[in-house]
Design a protein around this ligand. Sequence first.
Ligand SMILES: [Zn+2]
Ligand SMILES: [Zn+2]
Length: 74
Amino acid sequence: MTTSDLHLNNCYHLFSNFLCPNCGNSYKYQASLKSHLRFECGVEKSLKCPLCPHKAKRKHHMQAHIKAVHKKIL
Ligand SMILES: [Zn+2]
Ligand SMILES: [Zn+2]
């Protein structure tokens, strides 16, 4: 890595906003955007049961719920 590379990197981090492609939130650091994508935005956080108000965080939890409560298999 050369000095000019380092300089470029620093500028990139100082002046760039990292925009979430999903919701448009902007972050100062790429790491912040990444953690946003991983833990907030890209996460299936509220899957709603199509048959009742039940919500689940994960798809297989929802499938288990539907199977157990509604006796259906998706
Ligand atoms: Zn987002
Ligand atoms: Zn349900």
